[in-house]
Ligand binder design. Sequence first.
Ligand SMILES: [Zn+2]
Length: 68
Amino acid sequence: MIAHEIVEMIPGKDAQGVCDDCITAALGLSRRQQAQRVTSALAVTPSYHRWQDECYMCGKTKLVIAHA
Ligand SMILES: [Zn+2]
């Protein structure tokens, strides 16, 4: 359930990525680890890309995720 909501928040191809903290805040998750667990699992699939960059929501440079 949470994984599905996280996937829907991930920006499309050629977009800036979104960080775990913003996913956590936007979905009202109680723990950042919930978002992190999902994004790190998605990152190993060919459909998603996770890298160090400016988050499109908070503007901070951290690990962000977007569609590959
Ligand atoms: Zn952010």
